[in-house]
Design a protein. Structure first.
Length: 600
């Protein structure tokens, strides 16, 4: 999308957020307003109402918004002294605006900008604290191009100890057609939502007794996680990785030593104080433990590159308001690895990880992704990032040259690096338009030096290795959440918890059906027989609802000829083949992890 188009959309959506706030204040004058930014697909505004509002209020608010658009209001910018601005908002009894400006004063900001809405006669209708980016006249906003879509709770400034506000979301587009397309996508999103499908397909659950952000995997969900781990293990063994295993906790001094406590403490669970011992932490990542394995014995140039991989389980204290199904959890598992290498080996090792991403994406049919090279910000050295400016420049150049050598498309983003080095994050877009980071490839020039990791080179001199942190499948919780939405619950055959359901038509066919099930199971396939307690039609519909790829119908003809009638849940087509042919093809499809395995 052209930058000018993005700017136009930004201005449209930002302006509409002001229109929304104005409409709410006209309908509920005692409401406290906070912030209202433009976002992908529209905008939102957070309010503190004196009484709850509901979905039934949407038409009333939209009507008021369209009245404002018809008035042809214009936007006028005004700069105020911060002290005068505070007095203005105190008079308006808008405490959130006062707080925002007071915080700006602490950063030595002397003046703040406001945008005033003026009617055709020049009368002021609304004012907001704002940096700007607006249309000239509200009539540039199409009255049929927006719609209020939902309400949500939001803590002021993301602090769960502060006021809980009401967030009103608005979808906004330049035309009615684009709005309709987006609303259709929202409907599809509801059908594909991993939280909804996860419950319907019995893949995972959450319990108030266990705690938020701590998923409980059912048998079916565990099969999917196991298949992903099996895939990762095979890929890593073929690439020369060494599998390791580490405990879930460690002494606090381990994380002090690596710098994680200084830079990551807020994302860690509180320490555990054991009687007569030091404090322990649940591990938020696996790297400090892997460093200790590397350091456990003398290493030489013959040992590296050393690739240590683990199906690790970590724990991060995410804010409760940020938790979101499987996409954002507190208990997470991943096929994590750390590669210890020389500078000369770095490019080959780094690009091998990128190639691993591509292999996974092909397997899953993922074609909408973007690689982001996350760099440091010199202003944050010694605070957010380790204070080694020369090493930052050198390492970022190493990564840049590596990806340029293979023409890997990558967007550079400042101030998003890890505290110990630059990284590449892979952002993907799900089938319902949801974007998130699924994989990461990070370079660490700091921690190996800090914790004394070294190897002996060919000349007998001690050298410090570079460390590549990589998790090409990210956390399996997030990956599975994505795949549920990506496949709408109908996983490829190799990944499906139940691959086939055998349906005998009558009691007389059950013996053959169970014999077939035993043969399939012995061949490593996940099959089960649904006996004739219900009609064939009901059992087929139940299988379709559970997204089971194949239903094998067994009747007289199939039993006499040692065959099966294969019904595909994806295509709704069916074909009769010999049981031997079905077994041979299905085993091959699963072994090769074919994306579009089918019988037609």
């Amino acid at each position: 999308m052209r930058e000018s188009v993005i700017d136009d959309l930004y201005r449209l959506r930002h302006s509409l957020a002001h229109v929304l706030a104005q409409a709410v204040l006209q309908l509920w004058p005692d409401t406290k307003i906070s912030i209202g930014p433009p976002i992908d697909y529209g905008c939102y505004y957070d309010f503190l109402f004196t009484e709850p509002i509901h979905d039934a209020d949407f038409p009333k608010i939209e009507k008021e918004m369209r009245k404002i658009l018809n008035q042809g209001q214009t936007f006028a910018v005004e700069t105020l002294n911060a002290k005068d601005a505070i007095a203005y908002w105190k008079k308006k009894k808008q405490p959130f605006k006062v707080e925002l400006i007071e915080d700006l004063q602490k950063e030595d900001v002397k003046e703040v900008t406001h945008y005033r809405n003026l009617d055709r006669k020049g009368n002021e209708t609304f004012v907001d604290l704002c940096k700007g980016g607006h249309v000239e006249n509200v009539q540039e906003i199409p009255s049929d191009g927006f719609m209020i879509t939902s309400l949500a709770g939001a803590y002021w400034r993301g602090d769960e100890n502060r006021e809980q506000l009401t967030r009103i979301y608005v979808a906004a587009f330049p035309s009615k057609k684009e709005l309709k397309e987006y609303l259709n996508m929202l409907e599809e999103a509801k059908k594909r939502d991993h939280r909804k499908l996860g419950k319907e397909l019995d893949l995972f659950t959450f319990s108030d007794w266990v705690g938020p952000g701590l998923p409980l995997w059912t048998h079916k969900g565990t099969i999917i996680a196991d298949e992903l781990e099996k895939l990762a293990r095979e890929m890593e063994e073929n690439a020369g990785y060494l599998r390791v295993r580490t405990p879930h906790i460690a002494k606090s001094k381990l994380y002090e030593r690596t710098g994680h406590l200084a830079h990551y403490r807020e994302s860690m669970f509180p320490p555990m104080q054991l009687a007569g011992e030091e404090e322990y932490y649940l591990k938020p990542m696996n790297c400090p433990h892997h460093h200790e394995i590397f350091a456990s014995r003398p290493r030489s140039y013959r040992d590296i590159p050393m690739r240590l991989a683990e199906y690790g389980h970590c724990y991060r204290h995410e804010d409760s308001g940020a938790l979101f199904g499987l996409m954002r959890v507190r208990s997470l598992s991943m096929n994590d690895a750390h590669i210890y290498c020389t500078e000369e080996q770095f490019e080959q090792e780094f690009l091998a990880v990128v190639a691993l991403y591509m292999t996974y994406f092909t397997l899953f049919g993922i074609d909408k992704y973007q690689m982001r090279l996350s760099l440091h910000d010199p202003k944050e050295l010694g605070k957010k990032y380790v204070n080694e400016p020369e090493l930052w420049i050198k390492t970022e150049d190493l990564v840049r040259r590596a990806i340029q050598s293979r023409n890997v498309e990558c967007v550079e983003v400042a101030n998003e690096a890890a505290f110990y080095g630059p990284k590449i994050d892979v952002e993907i877009r799900s089938a319902i338009g949801r974007e998130f980071t699924i994989a990461t490839n990070q370079v660490d020039f700091d921690v190996p030096r800090k914790v004394g990791l070294h190897y002996t080179d060919k000349n007998g001199e001690e050298k410090i290795p570079l460390c590549i942190h990589r998790a090409p499948l990210g956390t399996h919780e997030r990956t599975i959440g994505f795949l549920i939405e990506h496949f709408a619950g109908l996983f490829p055959l190799w990944l499906s918890p139940i691959q086939m359901m055998i349906l005998p038509i009558a009691d007389i066919h059950e013996k053959y059906a169970h014999s077939l099930e035993e043969t399939l199971r012995k061949s490593g396939l996940r099959a089960y027989t649904e006996d004739v307690s219900q009609s064939l039609g009901k059992r087929i519909r139940a299988g379709e609802k559970q997204r089971i790829p194949y239903m094998l119908v067994i009747g007289d003809r199939e039993m006499e000829s040692d065959a099966v009638t294969v019904r595909s849940v994806k295509t709704k087509k069916q074909i009769t083949v010999s049981a031997k042919e079905f077994l041979k093809k299905t085993i091959a499809d699963v072994k090769e992890r074919r994306l579009d395995a089918s019988f037609e």
